[in-house]
Design a protein around this ligand. Structure first.
Ligand code: 5GP
Ligand code: MN
Length: 342
């Protein structure tokens, strides 16, 4: 897609600027890959660019070029605040609602910097001066490539940048399995391969980095913490704080577990509830027309995409699950035969 007022943004970026690139809390491969790819494109043009993540990101992303220079707001608040205060341009990638960056949200909202938002999540907040926003896009990384093309920046994408962007596309399309896997996204991937992306290496680095404890956690979760509500085409997984302690769960270890619940034949809605000290974090996945974005937004203070969303609850783990189960009963009809609506 094309960015409105791209020429104006190009003009702003025609002299070296202090730029902050930021991503949503709990950044995934698309968020971090887009940010690092984009940051590198800008750096090569002489801008002083820093990527700030609201919190720590998983180890399986720690191969991305430039990741060692990422500032983690939660751990380096003073530096991060200083960088944000001095930024002339702030780029918000893979989110479009300032709620998604926690305490950084108000700082960005109140900043006088030029704001650029590049994202593909539903219901964006109107805070940016420049928007590259489309729910048609399968990944923010795809939008970064489109923008690079429009701005004549593709030559700044080398193998390392292409790997970062490819990782975002590969994961956000669920390994090219979700309905967001369009002709265009394949074309972008073809171009990324042309720029040097090593698809097999990226797949290996992102998907095959299980630790022994994670694999054992998976075994435990699938045998002891998976509940199938067959009558409703729903399956969910839960994880208590004790479980996490027992299996030494690290950031990223629970990522993707919800998809195992969705991989059961005829399941329309899958959820994963992860207990933490002050809340329960929830991941939702669905098949077909049942929108987990709406579901998460309405009942669990969250949002995301139509078929992949998240939210949170301040109830106990048990009460959160009870609430979910009563909603499932309420939505019985909407949850039926969703395979036909893909
Ligand atoms: P995941 O389940 O992988 O954490 O998240 C799935 C999708 O939902 C991602 O696109 C993510 O950005 C979004 N998401 C996850 N948690 C939240 C949340 O608490 N609020 C909102 N608005 N979106 C979320
Ligand atoms: Mn994304």
């Amino acid at each position: 897609m094309l960015m409105k007022d791209a020429a104006k943004l190009k003009q702003i970026l025609s002299t070296p600027r202090r730029v902050v690139v930021t991503v949503h809390t709990n950044p995934d491969a698309d968020a971090l890959g887009s940010a690092l790819g984009f940051a590198s494109i800008l750096k090569q043009q002489g801008h002083a660019v820093t990527v700030i993540s609201p919190n720590e990101y998983p180890d399986f992303l720690k191969w991305m070029k430039g990741q060692e220079e990422v500032i983690v707001f939660e751990q380096q608040q003073e530096i991060a605040r200083e960088l944000l205060a001095r930024a002339e341009v702030i780029c918000c990638l893979d989110f479009s609602d300032l709620e998604r960056i926690g305490h950084m949200g108000d700082i960005v909202r109140q900043s006088s910097a030029v704001k650029v938002m590049i994202d593909h999540h539903l219901e964006p907040e109107a805070f940016a001066d420049f928007e590259q926003w489309s729910i048609e896009a399968g990944a923010t990384a795809e939008l970064i490539f489109d923008l690079a093309e429009e701005m004549d920046w593709v030559h700044y994408i080398g193998a390392a940048e292409a790997d970062c962007l490819y990782a975002g596309i590969m994961t956000d399309t669920g390994g090219f399995r979700h309905p967001n896997t369009t002709q265009h996204i394949h074309e972008v991937v073809a171009r990324l391969i042309g720029r040097g992306a090593n698809t097999a290496r990226v797949a290996k680095l992102v998907y095959d980095t299980n630790t022994e404890s994670r694999l054992r956690l998976m075994g435990f979760v699938l045998s002891q913490r998976l509940v199938v509500m067959k009558e409703y085409d729903v399956a969910y997984i839960y994880l208590t704080l004790d479980d996490q302690k027992k299996f030494n769960v690290q950031k990223g270890d629970t990522e993707g577990l919800v998809n195992y619940a969705l991989s059961i034949a005829n399941i329309t809605l899958a959820a994963m509830f992860t207990e933490s000290k002050d809340m329960v974090k929830i991941s939702f996945r669905s098949v077909g027309a049942f929108s987990v974005n709406e579901f998460a937004r309405k009942y669990f203070n969250g949002g995301g995409h139509a078929n992949a969303a998240g939210g949170k609850s301040e109830l106990s783990l048990q009460d959160t699950i009870e609430q979910f189960k009563s909603l499932v009963i309420k939505y019985k009809q909407e949850l039926e035969h969703e395979i036909n609506t893909i």
